[in-house]
Design a protein around this ligand. Sequence first.
Ligand code: B4P
Length: 368
Amino acid sequence: MSKSQHIGKAVVEENLITGFLNQPRIELHCMLLTRALTKQTPQLATKSISRANCFGSSIKMLPPLSDTFPDLIRSKFSSAVDAGSLTFTPSTEKDVPAGDLIFRVRVAPSLAQKPVPTREHDEAPKAKFNPFLNPEPDLFLCDLGDRYSLILNKFSIVPYHFLCITKKFEPQRAPLSEEDLSATWECLQANVKSGSRLLAFYNCGELSGASQEHKHIQFIPVPHDLKLLPDIALSYGIPVSKDAIGQFPTSHPGVAFAHFVLPVPKNPSTDDLVMRFSSLLARTLTTLREQGQRTISFNFAMTKDWMFLAPRGQESYGGVSVNATGMVGLLLAKSEEQLDFIKNTGPLEVTARVGLPRITEDEQQHDY
Ligand code: B4P
């Protein structure tokens, strides 16, 4: 690479990282993250470290969700469907094995009829409608502290799919903040369907599968006995480290795309969650940087047992759009043709094509 190419790359990288870190209320500028990010752009270290002092600063504790939240979500779901405010799309499920993993593919052909925003050719471009600024009353569940509202997903394919949205606009391309993680944990406690556990997911960045730009974390019930990719990855064991968490993130050895998993302890403190997210995010950002990605896109998924992050290099493959649920083993097919494509190509190949290749430990330079 020539000197000017090097400088060009450094400028792109600096703009990318600065833009990312300048998002409002990101409290994750801890030393770990800074060191991972700024290996090649040391001038950023000072700026980021100066913001790092908000790491560990006290945030307002969120009031717990009411014990009646599961009843609320069930009754609101039924009434929203009856009122025509919530479109519930029936789907079938097909399990597609891949090594010791099983990808559960939801097939929902009528999703193709979901309305997409249209624009008149001869009019000036209209601002994109933001459904989360004033959520529909029929979909509103409750507030969570001063900063969040919980609402039902308007276009569900699984019952009781709900979203935690920020009350004021915050960009979906920002990483999760300390308070976002705390809110996520609070929601994960809600047992909305018997025999299920909740899966939280966050599609961050333009290649992550996200369609809405206002910050929202999503929650769907998944069967207790369904082993997702992070469950299997953790069954291989977790390398021990001497850092504050005491563990290195692990990955499934048979999966080609870069992904990082850490177990979540029982009753974690907010710091426990932040340390894990920072550790996974540092590796995710390092992978994006090492592979010359010009946008920061990644998927986050979490249950009460683990936290997962995977960097993204592409939004879809072969017409199959993949979000965080797909990266942990729950793919969505919007036609029988898409299902056939997933079966013939193999779910690990589809996810590898939208993710990024794993990089070696040397390239990661994990000295934090
Ligand atoms: P994003 O993060 O922006 O995108 P997404 O979940 O990938 O869904 P997308 O909108 O791209 O829809 P898709 O056809 O792929 O999430 C935006 C969320 O806001 C979505 O849940 C959307 O439905 C919701 N929303 C939009 N307008 C709303 C409004 N006015 N009020 C409330 N909520 C609103 O997928 C269709 C649906 O299937 C999505 O809900 C998606 O989350 C879900 N899905 C995808 N894969 C799935 C899987 N494997 N299992 C279960 N559900 C799955």
